[in-house]
Design a protein around this ligand. Sequence first.
Ligand SMILES: [Zn+2]
Length: 603
Amino acid sequence: MTKISLLFRTTLILIAIFFITGVQASVSVDITIDQPQHHYAKITINYEKFTTKAVDFHLPTWRTGRYQIINLANGIREFSATDSQGNILPWKKSDKDTWQVQGTLNKSVQITYQVYANQLGQRTRHIDDSHAFIDASTVVMYTEVVREQKHIVNLNVPANWHSVSGLEPGDNAHQFVAKDYDVLVDSPIETGVNEHHKFNVEGRDYELVIWGKGNYDSAKMVDDLKVLVQQSKYIWQGYPFKRYVFMVHATSGARGATEHLNSTIIQTSRFKFSERKDYLRFISTAAHEFVHTWNVKQYRPKGLVPYDYQKENYSTLLWLSEGSTSYLQNQLLLRGDLMTSKEFLESLAKRITGHIHKPGRQSQSVAEASFDKWLDESGDYGNNHSVNIYSEGFLVSWLLDFSIMEKTALEKSYRDVHNSLYQNYKLPKSFDEKDLLTILKEVTNESYKAWWQENIHGYAQIDFNILLAKAGLTMSYGDKDKVKQVAWAGITTKQVTNGLQITAVEKNSPAWKAGLTLDDIIVAVDALRMVDKDLTTRFKNFKPKDRMSITFFRRDELVTRMIILGETPKNKLKVVPLEDVSDEQKAFFKHWTGLAFPNKESK
Ligand SMILES: [Zn+2]
């Protein structure tokens, strides 16, 4: 054969391959799990020709849905790189999660490495002898040049395992295809021994896959999810997916959930499904994650578009991504009759109580908390000096919703703002605070500049009785004439061997003023040894304004301080209907929740 005809034939073959495979170069990712009991996976990734002398392969330093730097590269060992002839390519690490391979010019490259996957609760990567949960950002390396290429994932897993993902299915039961790396990392894979249900609602496919035994009733879960997924129409026009997967881990030692592109992973204690309060938490979590399918996965703040996987992605709007999601989840639950108005009012009362005992609201705005989410202050200092983008984000969303409803005489609501974000700022676009002010102006015909400054960049001052009254509701501590008060110090404790260790002191509380602080170990009250597990039993002997001497160890030294006790309502806060409710207030409640105004609770 002449050189020319050889060239001609090669070209023809290349053109044929071009049409068969559909142009795009692709990355193939093999994940082999042959020692699941030791939490290992072997990863082999094949890349087509590189055009540079060296290539940086990265593992992300965080995963989507969790705005925190996590140690992910710590579970990588036995890295190696070869070319298509099997020649070993030299490499070195250039930072904690970058492997730099040399000699890659015009070469197809294969990299292999071992991953240790034993982080169940972080919803990153977990492998054991019954399953594997794989969030690819914690397992699959990438390089910037191939980020936009198709990724084909092949799982080599034990014979009785069953694989499920929001990813497109491939040629066999354990193969998945991702349009690009960003889709891959936002579409976790659950493979193992699991229970799998499929259902179709209004032309869209849904799946529920449950790993682990527990006291759940999967038939009820399917029934309720069928209702839940129909409620999004009250917020957004249209769906961003054809198929959606609810993944559930019924397990122990792990709790929480993460949103993904067209799936979610929900972790619940295996025996926390059957009681109503537990089930309500499960279905509320499912609603929260489902809201994220629009809010965050379809539209998200500037600063997070596109994701930078190697460093923090900053935005002052994470409160809208999380707190508004918590707020909107109730819209789905209430409109689908998955939560009663009584349960809703109870949850509001809890949120208000949390806000009252959150001194951090005087130290940080929701915009600051959003920007600093990557630092995530929690515990005693966090409670006293930070706000939470979820809970305070919920409250400012509520404030904004009522403001819009009022200004537009119930023509519009905060839901219209989110539909506008979905219709106009979908990825690859993003939005910033200016865009939100524009939307608010469009929806209400009024400027929200001052409101924004006061409540988003300032420390929101919320008068809950004024807010609740708009919907015919009020706060109640049981007795409308005179609220019964009991003694209050403002500390929380946990039992340790030698006494009660202080876990939090509320800022400006009586205990704070008396100088008590975190980690003091209380051993006596009024010179009598603490023997009870709980301070509350001893507290019953005291009245508000009483003096109480507390003896404690502070770094081994015995100290005694006098607390002048304060007061707190004896009963838990409730949100209840007002005595006289007007038709306007009832209409407001209806527009807000989609439900009829609740009847007065029988005494
Ligand atoms: Zn969330």
